[in-house]
Ligand binder design. Structure first.
Ligand SMILES: Nc1ncnc2c1ncn2[C@@H]1O[C@H](COP(=O)(O)OP(=O)(O)OP(=O)(O)O)[C@@H](O)[C@H]1O
Ligand SMILES: [Mg+2]
Length: 362
């Protein structure tokens, strides 16, 4: 077979040697392939086409009718080729199919080959990214507006301003700057998780000390909503092996969420207990809970439950970062949420071995 001929037919010279038949490939493909005749009726279809289109009967049916049901829209139409998107019901929610229809040269009347691909995941990611860009702009705008307004006041009146007022103003400036720093850190961390360059440096350390540091970031949230943090430390649960700074981020994110999504004046609890070589930390709050079908997606980048969207700001990155940190330290993280129980997020940290054990004496 000559090179141009091979390119045109798609066949390789070695096909007969390897024994791969085109029919076998057609059956094994995970993308759906259908061929319709010159009148648009389906002539043949592979198993994936039946599965993706959710149909028991395809042969002999007009291809366009299959798409009418799912309300396909044309997204692109380069010369001779129609690229369409269609909605279709999946087990738990609606999915998106991309259908590329290419007329086959040489057949008369013109037959068409259609490939059907499930693009739900990439369509969803694209939608989340678009929302995410708006969310980033929105999240940055608030602290920047506060910074600018406070700086304007300080600029005009710093000399005549009473000391106490100046102190309050500087406090506001600091909180806004911290908020910005936190947002940028989250964005950078999410980027390095995606790039696979995310790192933790574990060392023996104290949970109480880490909690103390992280409270600097979340105290203002609790205070502004009149919330109370209640802690229960189990016996022998203070010494763990983890990256103190990163674990501080986990505490700050989880406590920040509890404050943000918990109701005004409510109690937020933090509990530590021993769990087979690990310390289990649980943060609990009341407030709007997460529907069961959304629970599994909370750790996905940019995902935010519809129960809180519009209620409180956020980028949907906190839990993604928490999971990366906890897992990199050998622990696990999970969420439990139900209207009668409220929301609990728990994670584990490896317990530090006793000194005697570390010295190899035990
Ligand atoms: N304690 C909680 N109570 C109720 N819902 C929660 C709680 N923690 C997380 N969620 C839900 O999980 C989603 C993802 O949380 P995550 O911390 O990843 O993002 P975020 O808080 O929306 O934004 P970010 O943390 O990036 O500022 C939240 O938007 C919210 O819907
Ligand atoms: Mg959060």
């Amino acid at each position: 077979m000559t090179e141009p001929e091979r390119r045109r037919t798609g066949r390789r010279a070695s096909d007969s040697i390897t024994g791969i038949a085109f029919e076998d490939a057609f059956v094994a493909l995970t993308d759906g392939i259908l061929i319709s005749d010159g009148h648009g009726s389906v002539l043949s279809a592979n198993p994936a086409a039946f599965r993706l289109l959710g149909e028991d009967k395809l042969l002999g049916r007009p291809f366009e009718d299959l798409l009418l049901v799912s309300g396909a829209i044309t997204v692109q139409n380069p010369e001779g080729q129609a690229i369409r998107r269609a909605w279709f019901p999946r087990e738990d929610r609606m999915g998106v199919l991309e259908i590329v229809s290419t007329p086959l040269a040489g057949s008369s009347p013109r037959a068409t080959i259609h490939t059907v691909r499930d693009v739900t995941a990439s369509a969803e990611l694209l939608r989340l990214k678009e929302e995410f860009l708006l969310d980033v702009a929105h999240e940055l705008r608030t602290p920047i507006a506060v910074l600018t307004a406070s700086l304007d006041l300080v600029h005009q009146d710093a000399i005549s301003m009473p000391r106490e007022e100046l102190r309050t103003m500087v406090g506001t400036l600091r909180r806004s700057a911290l908020r910005l720093e936190h947002l940028v850190e989250n964005l950078l961390d999410a980027g390095s998780i995606e790039a696979g360059t995310f790192e933790v440096r574990a060392a023996p350390t104290s949970i109480k000390a880490i909690l103390e540091d992280s409270l600097l970031f979340v105290r203002s949230v609790f205070d502004s909503k009149g919330q109370q943090l209640v802690t229960h430390f189990g016996r022998g649960t203070d010494r763990v092996v983890c990256d103190p700074r990163r674990t501080g981020q986990v505490f700050a994110n989880l406590l920040g969420n509890a404050g943000k999504y918990g109701t005004e004046g409510s109690e937020i609890t933090l509990r530590t207990e021993s769990a087979a070589g690990y310390v289990k930390v649980t943060v609990h709050n009341d407030g709007p809970t997460i529907p069961p079908d959304e629970l599994a997606r909370l750790f996905q980048r940019f995902f935010r439950s519809h129960t809180v969207r519009g209620e409180a700001g956020g980028l949907g990155l906190g839990l993604t970062i928490c999971r990366a940190i906890v897992q990199a330290q050998g622990g696990e993280i999970g969420v439990d949420s139900a209207p009668e129980r409220g929301t609990s997020v728990h994670f584990t940290l490896p317990k530090a071995r006793e000194l005697a054990q570390e010295a190899g004496l035990a």
